[in-house]
Design a protein around this ligand. Structure first.
Ligand SMILES: [Zn+2]
Length: 479
């Protein structure tokens, strides 16, 4: 019978097994991993390269990141694109010229990005329709000064910033640019029976934890919440688009309850340009006129604009749940580095069902969590991207450490609520003590001065360094 493997504690003298350079652009991910091969050469992997549209000077920051990668290596063995969001992929497009100086062997993305995958095509259909509907809603929302809709407008704008660049470029262009970089192979990954191995790196196994294949997990937001099937979500996007088209006087609203000639234009009713001799029309005119100005938000068109907020959230959840999640295991010690991308609750829950067969023994998803000594915290530390009971609470290795790519100030500016989320910070602190590195930590954001958050070696971290360029990166040697 297979016995549960426990990861060893490392002595402070244990040699580093990997070096991870975490770029500190804030709301955006880019991580450069280096492993030493048996022949002494380096194996380089880049996970994501992006920054959120709302961050000031974002493309310039990404240029500095790519220049830094270039100065470290002229080749990347693998480039990983975790999911189709601007803050993870933007650099593959905005810095595409600079990337030409770096030779890329393989590109790894989730199965959800495979144009030949039938399930991915379904998901794509929803994404396309939802984006079109939301762009229409955003346009209308930008023209209203209703206070009731201000929150909806901010929410939709913030979420669309994950899908579009400053000049309206679509994130699909970034993904396609990334896939086009592969000189040897593009791998579309899904959880499988065996972990991946890499030639020349016998001490490393790579477990694909997500994206899950189960549609229920892709759409799930909170365990307790209602689950919407893809069909329903698609219908929602379609009716929002239909509502907008009919508002524009284009196609008729097929979901309207009456024939078009049965209604009276709102403007005419308000102006009194109607048959006021008809008592019911006169009464409606008086009522509407009295209540219209301060009750405008009750009108049906405002209603569907509000619905756009929910659709935006659904689109966001689904895309985040398509995150390619990778667990890197050091074979000799059983210790794990976990890169969660922006996986949300559904993706996390699906790890409980996973198991792999390694040397005749079973390895489960939750076991890998128990052996995690370095966590790349999900979705910039937001509320719904780190699971408690079936997530962080299983990560109880005494050497546990974590990095959060986040910037509280930027998140506040775009009104994202609490990002990073305080209870998650507390839970991370409880496990890692001071070994929680944040991109917006004063030490990370300066080239000189400020005190390092902790003294290395500590836990899984043999050493910590920061860039000579203000706020560009922090780097850790991991064992
Ligand atoms: Zn993100």
């Amino acid at each position: 019978m297979a016995t549960r493997k426990t990861a060893k504690r490392a002595s402070p003298k244990a040699p580093a097994q990997a070096t991870v350079r975490f770029y500190c652009q804030g709301i955006g991910d880019s991580h450069l991993l280096r492993f030493q091969k048996a022949d002494g050469k380096d194996f380089w992997m880049l996970i994501d390269c992006g920054i959120h549209t709302s961050v000031k000077g974002g493309p310039r920051t990404v240029d500095a990141i790519v220049a830094d990668i270039s100065s470290a290596t002229d080749r990347l063995d693998v480039v990983v694109g975790t999911h189709e969001h601007w803050d993870h992929l933007s650099g593959f497009w905005t810095a595409r010229e600079a990337f030409k100086n770096i030779k890329v062997d393989e590109v790894w993305v989730g199965w959800t990005e495979n144009p030949e995958d039938a399930q991915a095509q379904e998901l794509d259909k929803f994404k396309g329709k939802a984006l079109a509907a939301l762009q229409g809603a955003q346009d209308k929302l930008s023209k209203t000064d209703s206070k009731h809709l201000a929150a909806v407008r901010d929410g939709v704008n913030g979420l669309l910033g994950f899908h579009f660049g400053l000049e309206g470029q679509k994130v699909r262009a970034c993904r396609d640019a990334l896939v086009g970089m592969a000189s040897k192979k593009v791998r579309y990954l899904a959880p499988s029976k065996r972990p991946l191995t890499i030639p020349g790196l016998p001490n490393l196994r790579v477990y694909v934890m997500g994206p899950p294949r189960d549609e229920g997990y892709i759409s799930i937001r909170e365990r307790k919440s209602e689950m919407y099937g893809l069909g329903q979500a698609l219908a929602r996007a379609e009716s929002l688009m239909a509502a907008m088209q009919s508002e524009d006087g284009g196609a008729q609203d097929s979901s309207a309850p009456f024939e078009p000639n049965m209604g009276i234009e709102l403007e005419a009713m308000l102006n009194g340009a109607v048959d006021l001799a008809d008592e019911s029309i006169r009464r409606t005119h008086t009522l509407l006129k009295a209540s219209y100005l301060d009750e405008a938000y009750r009108r049906i068109d405002y209603d569907w604009l509000s619905a756009s907020a929910e659709l935006a959230l659904q689109l966001d959840d689904r895309t985040n749940n398509t995150s390619l999640v990778l667990a890197f295991e050091f074979v000799d010690t059983g210790r794990v580095m976990l890169f969660t991308a922006d996986a949300q609750v559904g993706n996390w829950l699906s790890w409980q069902d996973l198991s792999w067969t390694v040397d005749g023994a079973k390895v489960s998803g939750s076991e890998l969590l128990g052996r995690t000594v370095l966590l790349k915290v999900g979705h910039h530390g937001s509320e719904n991207a780190t699971l408690k009971e079936k997530g962080l609470e299983l990560m109880n290795h005494p050497d546990f450490s974590a990095f959060i790519p986040t910037n509280k100030e930027d998140a506040t500016k775009v009104k994202w609520g609490e990002m990073p989320y305080e209870p998650i910070l507390e839970a991370l602190d409880a496990r890692a003590g001071k070994r929680v590195l944040r991109a917006d930590d004063p030490w990370a954001q300066h080239a000189t001065g400020s005190r390092a958050p902790f003294r290395a070696p500590s836990g899984s971290l043999r050493a910590i360094r920061r860039s000579n360029t203000k706020g560009l990166w922090v780097e850790v040697d991991v064992s």
